[in-house]
Design a protein around this ligand. Structure first.
Ligand code: PLP
Length: 356
């Protein structure tokens, strides 16, 4: 071992979903949106010139913060923006989870949480989801250093009701509670209204899923101005210019088009409910996902084998080889046509399997 290696911060990094370069693939593995961003985004991008790149972008990201505040009926001091919600969440961990007591998040959840906790040396504990993969609010009532969970949860799609979230908040007035709402626009209720009553609640959302802009990297947090101020202080101690000019302009443009957003998210919800029926007919079981993905399992076939077979057919889904979920596949909701191809493949696969 070289001497300098003793001083290295050792981490086991997060493994992002694959981004294959496969021209004929159906990509249902990283919960991207199958529809393009709002039409105004392309127009806004065409209005940009290379000359504008000479200057630093606005460190306050004002045009984006303003657009978000207006859309959600908030003051600008209640909005924080970052390079995807991964950046926003990492800043949240660094800012708010600074106690000796363990922070809490579910055993089955977004697999970046434990990576950030390890990176920032935050102690953590992971209460178990129940057998139906649901969060048990009571598990979050004891002493802790902060709480984070996605709602709907990932990769299960299960929703925790606002009543249960409020119970968690009532038992946790002295720590920051973060609800990661990456998938909330596909049918769940946002906890945003609870931020008026609970100054320790932070709601985090992203443009990557419901707004079709995963490639642009835009995320945001909403909550009490004191929380946002603390976040900004840490952000300005780390990197002042997180949002580049293209992200600021295209994000502001996307948020203004409410009609397009509502139309495309409704289409995904409709396709999801159709896919649930079809998968049920084929004998798959799954919870009542309110996200843009389904977390499915089948009594008669192993998830890992099915995952490989799908790959060979150029259909990419996500498989996690972790305990409790290693016989499940997470399938993103694509277009109706993509889902029809998937369902047809699954029908054939299962009947071939039956024949032996
Ligand atoms: C996708 C996702 C994120 C991160 O999304 P960004 O692309 O970084 O905005 C955060 N949390 C959960 C639960 C997600 O699924």
């Amino acid at each position: 071992m070289k001497l300098w290696e003793r001083n290295v911060r050792k981490v086991v990094p997060y493994t992002p979903g694959e981004q294959p370069q496969d021209g004929q693939m159906i990509k249902l593995n990283t919960n991207e949106n199958p529809y393009p961003p709002a039409p105004g985004v392309e127009k806004a991008l065409r209005g940009l010139s290379a000359e504008q790149m000479r200057l630093y972008p606005d460190p306050k990201a004002k045009i984006l913060v303003e657009a978000l505040a207006e859309y959600y009926g908030l003051k600008e001091e209640q909005v924080f923006v970052g390079v995807g919600s991964d950046d926003v969440l990492a800043m949240c961990f660094l800012t708010f989870f600074n106690s000796e007591k363990p922070i809490l998040f579910p055993d089955i959840t977004y697999s970046f949480y434990d990576v950030w906790a390890e990176l920032f040396r935050i102690p953590y504990r992971r209460p178990l989801l129940n057998d139906a993969f649901q969060i048990q609010a009571e598990d979050y009532f004891g002493e802790n250093g902060g709480i984070i969970f996605p709602n709907p949860n990932a990769p299960t799609g299960e929703v925790l009701s606002l009543e249960k979230i409020e119970e968690i908040l009532k038992h946790n007035r002295d720590v920051v509670v973060i609800v990661d709402e990456a998938y909330v626009d596909f049918g769940a209720k946002s906890a945003l209204p609870l931020t008026e009553k609970y100054d320790n609640l932070l709601v985090v959302q992203t443009f990557s899923k419901s707004r079709s802009m995963a490639g642009m990297r835009i995320g945001f947090a909403m909550g009490n101005p004191d929380l946002i101020r603390c976040l900004n202080e840490v952000k300005y101690s780390f990197n002042s210019y997180t949002m580049d000019r293209t992200a600021l302009i295209s994000g502001a443009e996307a948020i203004r088009d409410r009609e397009y957003f509502e139309k495309t998210t409704a289409k995904i919800v409709e396709t999801r409910e159709w896919a649930k029926e079809q998968l049920r007919r084929l004998g798959f079981t799954f919870g009542d996902s309110q996200a843009n993905f389904l977390f499915i399992t089948h009594r008669d076939c192993e998830a890992s084998g099915l995952y490989e077979a799908l790959r060979k057919a150029h259909i990419y889904v996500r498989y996690f080889s972790s305990p409790r979920i290693d016989n499940y596949l997470r399938v993103t909701i694509g277009t109706r046509e993509e889902m029809e191809t998937l369902i047809a493949f699954l029908g054939n696969y299962l009947s071939e399997k039956k024949k032996g």
